[in-house]
Design a protein around this ligand. Structure first.
Ligand code: AMP
Ligand code: GLY
Length: 434
């Protein structure tokens, strides 16, 4: 088979690696907006083009005739790459533009849960003008303001984190109404966040292991939000969650998949990635994404024992129930190496040198390019290191050794996957739930 992969981050590097590892994949072809050295090495055709140009993506597919496609990045899915590919007869293991509203419109998803009586929403209201904004904010007490649409992770403002007073939150909400036409105001939830990604064929939902991401740039969850500095997973459930938290999250995804099919008249094909939060009395939904998480893809796909090409085909054919999908029962820790100054004022175009890679660790290229045999960073996350081991302690040590071996003006979070950080999560949930 010939498989088209769209995108060029570390997430796409590992997706490409897993597709290529299948005995069914003869050729991997890639449409990207720059050369990812790791992904380029796997591809028979590597086309550098404009990821916002759907016609260019479909023209590339028409010329190369892949058997199916996988789209990595959220914005490319939201812009309708799957629909453009469908026009030239290429099916994707990723959702259509309509279905991808699950991620691209916060209001769509919140409304969908309410309309289909699916528990999981925090208290929220959608506003299209200023009327009643302040009254509602006061009613909630502590709020989160969410701009509609995709804002590269910067559309969400949390009281206490990004602003202090309700007045300041309302100012942000008014700006969002001007830009997007509407804004979501919701109650601030207290608890522990986790990512649960699932393979979905429109009806059947197969979960990957639960993973915790770290969005803040600095240790101790301080500093600005980033794309994600690192992630970990356990051989079994995350230690601060109950089995019932995972089943509640699973149930939500099953019901949302069914609701989308009914509401839009088409199946959601691809990855439903729930950003959940375990709260005092259960699980709530922060958001859904319509793609693999980055860095979560590194944890989940490192553990995946089954053939990713088989899974993609079953997603497209609506036949996930005929497949047994298995993951290794091991712990993983992924740490990103990022340029100094990231995310606000990163150094640009600096060299970075790879060190020795300990056994049990894999490295995936993100925002780096190769020039004269040297690696050059851009301004985003540069390299992802994922370690797999029997215990989280071992996996953390391996990942930490790997990132420390990288030389250059970079930093990373030492605390991700450490016992100290995880114990804080456990204590917090214990205090919350008693
Ligand atoms: P999102 O872009 O929806 O993932 O939101 C970014 C981050 O904002 C999440 O990872 C949470 O840490 C935080 N957040 C979003 N919604 C809420 C909420 N209702 N209560 C508390 N924190 C939230
Ligand atoms: N890990 C955050 C994201 O992929 O959106």
């Amino acid at each position: 088979m010939k498989i088209l992969l769209v995108g060029n981050g570390a997430r796409e590097h590992i997706i490409g690696e897993k597709l290529k590892a299948s005995s069914k994949c003869d050729e991997l072809i890639v449409f990207a907006n720059k050369v990812n050295p790791g992904l380029a090495a796997l591809a028979s055709v590597y086309h550098v083009g404009d990821l916002t140009d759907m016609d260019a993506i479909s023209a590339f597919a028409k010329e190369n005739q892949p058997d199916f496609a996988v789209i990595g990045p959220d914005n490319v899915i939201a812009d309708g790459a799957v629909d453009a590919l469908e026009q030239v007869g290429v099916k994707s293991a990723s959702p259509s533009q309509e279905c991808a509203q699950l991620e691209s419109s916060k209001a769509f998803t919140r409304d969908l849960l309410n309309k289909y009586d699916i528990p999981g929403n925090p208290l929220f209201k959608v506003f299209t003008d200023e009327e009643g904004l302040m009254d509602y904010a006061e009613e909630l007490g502590t709020i989160v303001v969410k701009a509609d649409g995709l804002h590269g992770g910067k559309g969400v403002q949390v009281q206490g984190d990004h602003f202090d007073t309700l007045e300041a939150g309302i100012e942000f909400a008014k700006e969002a109404i001007k830009t997007d036409g509407r804004v979501v105001i919701e109650e601030k939830l207290i608890g522990q966040e986790f990512s649960l990604m699932s393979f979905v064929d429109g009806e059947n939902v197969v979960d990957m292991p639960a993973i915790q991401d770290h969005k803040r740039a600095y240790e101790g969850d301080k500093g600005p939000n980033t794309g994600g500095m690192g992630t970990y997973s356990y051989a079994e459930n995350l230690p601060f969650l109950k089995e019932s938290d995972l089943s509640a999250a699973h149930e939500m995804t099953v019901r949302v998949a069914a609701a989308i099919k009914e509401e839009l008249g088409e199946p959601f094909v691809g990855i439903m990635y729930g950003g959940f939060i375990a709260v005092k009395n259960g699980v709530r939904l922060i958001e859904y994404n319509a793609r693999f998480g980055d860095p979560e893809a590194m944890n989940a796909l490192t553990l995946l024992k089954s053939d990713l090409v088989d899974i993609c085909m079953a997603q497209i054919e609506g036949a996930l129930d005929q497949l047994t999908i298995e993951f290794e029962k091991k712990a993983t820790v992924c740490k990103y190496v990022v340029p100094e100054g990231y995310p606000a004022s990163p150094v640009k175009g600096e060299h970075v040198e790879l060190g020795e890679l300990p056994e049990g660790v894999d490295m995936y290229y993100a925002s780096v390019s190769e020039e004269d045999g040297k690696l050059l960073m851009s301004t985003s996350r540069a390299l992802a290191f994922v370690a797999k081991a029997d215990t989280i302690e071992e996996a953390e040590k391996l990942a930490q050794t790997a990132v420390e071996n990288v030389k250059g003006p970079v930093f990373f979070r030492k605390d991700i996957g450490t016992q100290e950080l995880i114990q804080k999560r456990i204590d917090m949930m214990q205090e919350l739930r008693g």
